[in-house]
Ligand binder design. Structure first.
Ligand code: SF4
Ligand code: SF4
Length: 208
């Protein structure tokens, strides 16, 4: 099989020369426009911000820095999240913690939201469950400086609402659902055993 070794100019087809694909795209747009006009509830449009899409609790949105019961950050400035971050968008400066039981804490903890790719690796890497993600996707900035969120921004009050939690190491609400499913499976096994005892199958005849 031969491979081209020179750059050849793109050859437009006749339909492309007549701009037909453009009209095809406009026809699709017009079709959706008319459909949404005649339907009572538009199918393709969410009236954001009045209406919001319900995302899964594994959605990877705005980060949250979690706190201990006394309100201090759980983060011990180990740099594992920053080291694992593929976008290199976490900036940490560590300081010595006044409590001798805790070695370090983050004096500075910044995430550049415009560089972040919302992969969740920082959550996976953290040994302290100190960084999790939320369901919050409201991120709009007027300039680059605003996109760098500090540790104060990462502990905003919305972060304590369990209904907006996103990607995180454990999902207690799903554990409860799994426990119910397990109970259901046990019931099925018990039911099968009870039926078998009530009418045991006759033994199969030996082959040959
Ligand atoms: S979600 Fe991914 S890209 Fe964003 S800060 Fe965490 S590790 Fe970095
Ligand atoms: S958020 Fe977790 S992984 Fe990142 S520095 Fe703090 S303790 Fe370490």
């Amino acid at each position: 099989m031969s491979h081209p070794n020179e750059v050849r100019p793109y050859r437009y087809s006749l339909s492309e020369k007549l701009y037909l694909p453009l009209f095809q795209g406009m026809w699709i747009t017009l079709r959706h426009f008319v459909k949404n006009l005649v339907r009572r509830k538009p199918e393709y449009t969410i009236e954001y911000p009045e209406e919001r899409r319900q995302y899964s609790h594994r959605f990877r949105g705005h980060h949250i820095l979690t706190t201990r019961p006394d309100g201090s950050l759980r983060c011990v400035a180990c740099f594992l999240c920053a080291t694992n971050c593929p976008a290199e968008c976490i900036h940490i400066e560590a300081g010595e913690h006044p409590d001798v039981n805790i070695e370090k804490y983050p004096v500075v903890y910044d995430i550049d939201m415009l560089r972040c790719v919302f992969c969740g690796y920082c959550v996976d890497a953290c040994p302290e469950d100190a960084i999790i993600m939320s369901n919050n996707y409201d991120m709009a900035f007027f300039n680059r400086a605003q996109s760098i969120v500090s540790k104060e921004d990462l502990q905003k009050p919305y972060t304590v609402d369990p209904s907006v939690l996103g990607y995180r190491p454990s999902y207690p609400e799903e554990d409860a659902m799994r426990a119910r499913l397990r109970e259901g499976v046990v019931d099925l096994v018990e039911e099968a055993r009870r039926r078998h005892e009530a009418s045991p199958e006759p033994p199969k005849a030996a082959a040959g």
